[in-house]
Design a protein around this ligand. Structure first.
Ligand code: SF4
Ligand code: URA
Length: 207
């Protein structure tokens, strides 16, 4: 890039920027989760997708594999996304509020979420998604700083920094509430995901 002040280096390609971010996360000890994790869990999926999925934090399988949403919750999430034509690895970039597993799968603390926030902000800036799906109350709290009940928040579109946000129930909650009956949490989530799919289609046609 040339400017009046001279030549500044061209920005790195997206993949290279994200690799650099992952390496810096691997070395991160900004909060105490850094010392109990096995592996840091940064992301999976397509960094060029228009959709970003943000969960709470890694669980046991994620800590083991280094990939977000690969355990039972992740499998359910993938299935539900698939049912509205969204392939989580092709059509989404998947990550979490905290990159290291909280011991015993406890909820990350406010301090841990704040310590990890710069990594998430960088991911959002680089991937630049048009739509963000917030899976569960911790994702809503971690990104927006609000403690809303998910019954009220889910399915409600919000605008945030020029992006569309949609909170949904966390898949682990859906695993505990497997009914698919009309009005059940799973049924509601399916309506929400159809809505997300419509929004993505709209963004594609407005390009
Ligand atoms: Fe760093 Fe985030 Fe891991 Fe804490 S959870 S050590 S802030 S990467
Ligand atoms: N796995 C993740 O990566 N995130 C969650 O929020 C739950 C399970």
């Amino acid at each position: 890039m040339t400017s009046l002040l001279g030549t500044s280096p061209d920005p790195l390609p997206l993949e290279q920027e994200l690799d650099g971010l992952a390496q810096r996360c691997e070395a991160c000890r900004h909060c105490s989760l850094g010392s109990s994790r096995r592996q840091v869990v940064v992301s999976r999926g397509n960094p060029r997708a228009r959709l970003m999925v943000i969960g709470e934090g890694p669980g046991a399988q994620e800590d083991e594999t280094g990939l977000p949403f690969v355990g039972r919750s992740g499998q359910l999430l993938d299935q539900m996304l698939e049912s509205v034509g969204i392939d989580s690895n092709r059509d989404a970039y998947v990550c979490n509020i905290v990159k290291c597993r909280p011991p015993e799968n406890r909820k990350p603390t406010v301090l841990e979420m704040a310590a990890c926030r710069p990594w998430l902000d960088r991911q959002i800036a680089l991937v630049n998604p048009g739509v963000i799906l917030l899976a569960g109350a911790t994702a809503v709290e971690g990104l927006l700083g609000i403690k809303g009940g998910m019954t009220k928040e889910r399915g409600q579109w919000r605008q945030w920094e020029g992006r569309w946000l949609m909170p949904i129930f966390h898949p682990s909650y859906l695993l505990r509430n497997p009914s698919k009956e009309r009005g059940s949490p799973k049924w509601l989530t399916w309506q929400d995901l159809q809505d997300v799919q419509r929004r993505l289609a709209q963004l594609d046609t407005s390009l």
